[in-house]
Design a protein around this ligand. Structure first.
Ligand code: K2U
Ligand code: ZN
Length: 172
């Protein structure tokens, strides 16, 4: 297993629409293991494949990390098949948008169809943090960042802050 570099905005690769996974092979299993290790190393609770430069409809998450316990979950070719009309606002961050946090409104409940890491087709009813995280990661699969849900002004200010931070980091 390896820790892979996480792409950060405004990297144009993050805007790619990821392609369906054709099948579970050794290469995909390595990518999944690397994504899980990379997520934990970055103290994240979710990670989409595009964030490590792989434009595949694949995400991992672990919202159960308590006292060092780990419960990583794998979602291959996930599709949201239903979403509640009821919405809620939650503050979101993103490993690809460092040091920026803001509120995003999303449906509170979703139904998700996906293939799990063992290749079994699953249906999941999610709410709370799991629903928010899944929707955040699903956005990544379509090249959408949580910034894209913000006002033009807030998004512009965030991108300017990110570009400045990247410039300072490059200058050492
Ligand atoms: O996509 C990601 O970068 C993973 C997100 C998952 C998430 C976002 C919003 C709401 C729920 C989950 C990150 O794990 S959010 C937490 C975070 C952000 C920056 C640095 C460390 C942790
Ligand atoms: Zn994210």
């Amino acid at each position: 297993m390896s820790i892979r570099p996480i792409l950060t905005a405004p990297d144009p690769r993050l805007k790619a629409v990821s392609q369906p996974v054709a099948g579970i092979d050794a290469e995909l299993r390595t990518l999944i293991a690397d994504m899980i290790e990379t997520m934990y190393d970055a103290d994240g609770i979710g990670l989409a494949a595009i964030q490590v430069g792989a434009a595949k409809r694949l995400l991992v998450l672990d919202i159960d990390q308590k006292d060092g316990g780990r419960n990583p979950r794998v979602f291959i070719n996930p599709v949201i098949t239903a979403a509640s009309e009821e919405t809620a606002v939650m503050e979101e961050g993103c490993l690809s948008v460092p040091e920026i946090w803001d509120e995003v409104e999303r449906p509170v409940r979703i139904t998700l169809e996906y293939m799990d890491g063992e290749g079994a087709q699953q249906t999941l009813e999610a709410d709370g943090l799991l629903a928010t995280c899944l929707q955040h990661e699903m956005d990544h699969l379509d090249g959408v960042l949580f910034l894209d849900h913000l006002s033009k002004l807030k998004r512009s200010m965030a991108l300017k802050k990110l570009a400045k931070a990247k410039k300072l980091k490059a200058a050492g």
